[in-house]
Design a protein. Structure first.
Ligand code: ATP
Ligand code: LTN
Length: 349
């Protein structure tokens, strides 16, 4: 009879190191359908697909203060974003969920990244140029240096994968350059990360101005759908979304940005390919299409809203955030020690 032989530990193949995934969302307001489709929905999908990957997902509160924030509002938004993450299906067993400012190493490595990057690189960032002109109380220095902090967020954890929306591509490219530059200057220290972009829905556009991105900090409430908007409001906002006058349901971003955006939303939430939707709605009116889409969005948001209210005032939320921060700190503090050593900072041997 064949006997089962157990290999000695030293003979066993060393386990493949886990990969790491990092991403964050700023708590600058309530999250929108753009954040859900472009980011949250992807995180949830990836957590089930990438079983060999450890997830670090955080609430980027240090990024939020690059523009003025009211203290109480910020506090509320931080908690709310955490509850929304969980309500969207992030599993705390698989994901380290934490608040960025609770892991000091982000700010420390952020400063080191500022000392790796050049001012010209920061000034070239499109998001900086867009946001700069909107500031009414003076432009905070951190609004410009923000991509250095984002690079730090990613490099602290040796992230292999960074799932982000299209608007963050330029920041990721800068992160890759900074990692490469640092490695070249001080010896191999950081993993050069890859971006991961959703196939559909990497850029959900404003409902009122479909040439612009749906943004939670837009002044016009009709331009976005909040994940926590009541469902009647959601249906109305979709009904009043700007389209065109030719009445034909077809995906054409250049000529028909409004209807193309609605098709993208429909397809992202149902996984029905856009081509299929075009066939299905060939002889239908915009109004009928919008009514159906209103139901699709309401169906997606209903369970999220239910779960949100289960989490928001629950002490379990704090336990999850504590656990996430503890694990993040462990990895981040080791990395900082390594960086200090490479650069000759402090007394690290
Ligand atoms: P703000 O309006 O304050 O700049 P934001 O919504 O653009 O905020 P975040 O909340 O930090 O920025 O975005 C979190 C994630 O959501 C990022 O990965 C971003 O690319 C993605 N995202 C944001 N808006 C959209 C959108 N309209 N379509 C697709 N993805 C989006
Ligand atoms: N800059 C991003 C939010 C963000 C982020 C990150 C995303 C901050 N740090 C690290 C991915 C990885 C934004 O404005 N959407």
């Amino acid at each position: 009879m064949p006997t089962k032989t157990t290999k000695k530990k030293s003979e066993q193949p060393t386990p493949k190191p886990m990969k790491r995934l990092v991403s964050g969302i700023k708590p600058t307001g309530q999250l929108t359908l753009g954040n859900y489709i472009g980011a949250l929905k992807q995180f949830v999908k990836l957590q089930d697909e990438l079983i060999d990957t450890e997830f670090f997902i955080f609430i980027a509160d240090l990024h939020a203060i690059t523009t003025p924030q009211e203290r109480q509002e910020l506090k509320k938004n931080i908690r709310s974003v955490a509850a929304v993450y969980l309500a969207c299906g992030l599993d705390p067993e698989k994901v380290n969920l934490f608040i960025q400012s609770e892991v000091n190493e982000h700010a420390v490595l952020g400063y080191i990244m500022e000392s790796t990057a050049y001012i010209g690189e920061m000034e070239r960032m499109t998001q900086y140029k867009d946001k700069k002109v909107k500031q009414t109380e003076g432009i905070r220095t951190s609004l410009m240096t923000y991509p250095a902090l984002m690079a730090a967020d990613i490099l602290l954890y040796d992230a292999d994968i960074v799932p982000i929306g299209d608007d963050q591509k330029q920041h990721l490219e800068l992160t890759r350059n900074l990692a490469t530059r640092f490695n070249h200057l001080y010896g191999d220290t950081f993993v050069v990360p890859e971006g991961f972009f959703p196939e559909t829905g990497a850029r959900i556009m404003s409902l009122s101005e479909p040439s612009k991105k749906m943004d939670k900090s837009n002044e016009n409430a009709k331009s976005y759908i909040m994940l926590l908007d009541d469902l009647g409001t959601v249906r109305n906002k979709i009904k009043s979304a700007v389209t065109d006058s030719d009445g034909f349901i077809k995906y054409d971003v250049k000529k028909k940005p409004g209807i193309s955006n609605l098709l993208t939303i429909y397809s992202s939430l149902t996984d029905i390919p856009i081509k299929e939707l075009e066939k299905q709605y060939k002889d239908k009116s915009y109004s009928a299409f919008k009514t159906d889409l209103g139901e699709v969005v309401a169906d997606a948001l209903r369970p999220i809203q239910q779960r949100y209210f289960e989490y928001i005032n629950n002490p379990r939320l704090d336990e999850i955030l504590d656990q996430g921060a503890e694990r993040a700190k462990l990895i981040a503090s080791r990395k900082i020690q390594k960086v200090f050593k490479k650069m000759g900072l402090g007394r690290v041997k």
